[in-house]
Design a protein around this ligand. Structure first.
Ligand SMILES: C[S@@+](CC[C@H](N)C(=O)[O-])C[C@H]1O[C@@H](n2cnc3c(N)ncnc32)[C@H](O)[C@@H]1O
Length: 506
């Protein structure tokens, strides 16, 4: 168990890490990009070889706090002038063994950037696979991974008074939320995770995070929040003897029941206008599509909810099983691998599961109680955006404005085309008119869509000058078609383009 973190020692450590230039970029430069990527795959020797016998502070801290390698106490004292090896021991991050310091946790630098700026965190968590050199214990507290960063980037970057982070782990979502949210309650079933959350808040000088222990909504019974964020333990895991139940990824329920319980229960903890954002998995069972099942969970909420659910990926049961067996540190070719994969296949087979979807959920308790947003979509394409939060926030604002506009109101509105939109025209060789016109978005979800000449002309003419209706009428005349029919055809598609960020209401 980690001791209660001493704020003074945390402050010393922060100052020492800053003085040592202990940043993600500096470490990546020190051991090289390939070795840096290998650490994420659980392999630390390339990084340690690259550091060779370097004895400077960055190298000593990189070995100790990222790679999990014991270092001479004297070298640690020199690298952490204020904190010293004894300070790390007091924080529970290391143990003193003779003249050496043995790490008990990692403290990884994490750079971040969003629409409001960039910065650097130091995030302590349990020794990872690279440091342990083998499978993780079941009570492992996860550091910042790909899913953590995805959700951190999805968080709405708009101000709110109160927030809740369920399954806080090392506290990364709570830290991120505090950039925009006044006070955040961070919960977890793991007391060790909550100790890391407290430590990381202190290390990063972030106040206003209160930790509470308990499962799902138990620690906040009767409470409501403006923002709820969760990277929940959504990994579907067979409830069978001999299958490890990792606290950090498995909520102990059957199939996707934990995500269902979250979706159906979260509305009662949202203040009017409040938004919940989470990651999740959903099963396609007996031919019933995963996203349809998510819709049922949303509709089962006693508090009616707006919903925007994006499926980003879908795996067949075998690929899913292999992914998560490997993630737990049991590798193909080792004795347990086939047995564990079989357990997963038996489990999926028992429920008639043919596919497993992964994606993002945004649920909102409408301020006036009546939902207007119900969007369940499949977006399996790759896109560049790491920081989708601003895009989601803009889409919600656009949705609310559109909801208040009937077609006449929309026709009277002035629109501008977003600066990240490009148009590509594809012609059959020698043909004058294009066969395909494609609009593509550089930011947001990087959507691409084929449009007809009428819509392409409309989008091209949206320069913030004339209202949509006048533009549609002029295009009808140019194309020699009925103006009313063209408006009726274009306006619903204009709504979609405004919501998805191709067009903006002036
Ligand atoms: C995938 S980790 C997410 C950690 C961190 N929030 C992040 O984004 O990286 C899930 C966390 O949920 C916690 N957890 C597991 N079961 C839980 C439950 N029933 N209620 C609340 N938290 C739970 C685990 O201890 C773990 O810290």
């Amino acid at each position: 168990m980690l001791p209660e973190p001493d704020p003074t020692v945390c402050q010393s450590l922060t100052a020492d890490l800053r003085d040592a230039g202990y940043t993600a970029e500096a470490l990546r430069d020190a051991w090289g990009a390939a070795a840096d990527d290998a650490i994420a795959r659980g392999l630390r020797s390339p990084a340690s070889r690259a550091l060779s016998d370097r004895g400077d502070a960055l190298a000593v801290l990189g070995r100790l706090l990222v790679l999990g390698m014991p270092q001479p106490a004297a070298a640690v004292d020199r690298a952490l002038v204020r904190t010293g090896a004894s300070g790390l021991v007091r924080l529970g991050l290391a143990a003193a063994e003779g003249g050496a310091v043995r790490p008990l946790a990692v403290v990884r630098p994490q750079s971040y950037a969003d629409a409001t700026g960039s910065g650097q965190w130091w995030v302590a968590s349990d020794l990872d696979e690279a440091a342990l050199g083998g499978p993780l214990p079941e009570d492992h507290v996860l550091g910042v991974g790909g899913a953590s960063l995805t959700l951190a980037g999805l968080q709405l970057p708009t101000p709110a008074a109160t927030g809740l982070d369920i399954g806080a782990g090392c506290g990364i979502q709570a830290l991120r939320a505090r950039a925009h949210v006044g006070h955040v309650v961070a919960t977890d079933i793991s007391p060790r995770a909550l100790a890391f959350t407290r430590l990381n808040a202190l290390l990063n000088g972030v106040d206003g995070i209160e930790v509470r222990r308990g499962s799902l909504f138990e620690p906040v019974a009767g409470g409501t929040f403006d923002r709820i964020v969760s990277n929940p333990p959504f990994v579907i895991t067979p409830r069978a003897v001999g299958v490890p139940a990792y606290e950090y990824r498995d909520g102990g329920m059957v199939g996707d029941d934990l995500v269902a319980a979250f979706v159906t229960g979260v509305g009662a903890h949202l203040a009017p206008g409040g938004v919940a954002q989470l990651l999740g998995n959903w099963e396609t069972r007996d031919g019933r599509a995963g996203l349809e099942r998510v819709r049922e969970w949303v509709e089962a909420s006693p508090v009616p909810l707006d919903a925007w659910v994006v499926e980003r990926e879908r795996l067949d049961p075998l690929s899913y099983a292999e992914l998560w067996v490997r993630d737990g540190g049991t590798l193909p070719g080792t004795p347990g691998f086939a047995r564990l994969v079989d357990a997963w296949l038996d489990d999926f087979g028992a429920r008639g599961v043919s596919e497993i979807g992964f994606g993002y959920l945004l649920l909102r308790r409408p301020a006036d109680g009546a939902p207007t947003l119900s969007r369940y979509e499949i977006l399996h394409t790759a896109f560049a955006g790491d920081n989708l939060g601003a895009h989601l926030a803009a889409a919600l604002v656009a949705h609310d404005r559109l909801a208040g506009l009937d077609d006449a109101g929309l026709a009277a509105s002035v629109l501008t085309v977003a600066p990240d939109v490009t148009e590509a025209r594809h012609h059959l060789p020698g043909a004058e008119d294009p066969t395909v016109i494609e609009l593509r978005q550089g930011g947001g979800f990087g959507r691409a869509l084929s449009v007809d000449p009428g819509l392409a002309a409309l989008v091209g003419a949206c320069d913030g000058d004339l209202p949509v209706g006048a533009l549609a009428d002029a295009i009808a005349e140019l194309l020699g078609v009925d103006a009313a029919a063209l408006r009726a055809d274009l306006l619903p598609r204009v709504r979609e383009l405004v919501f998805t960020g191709f067009l903006a209401l002036a």
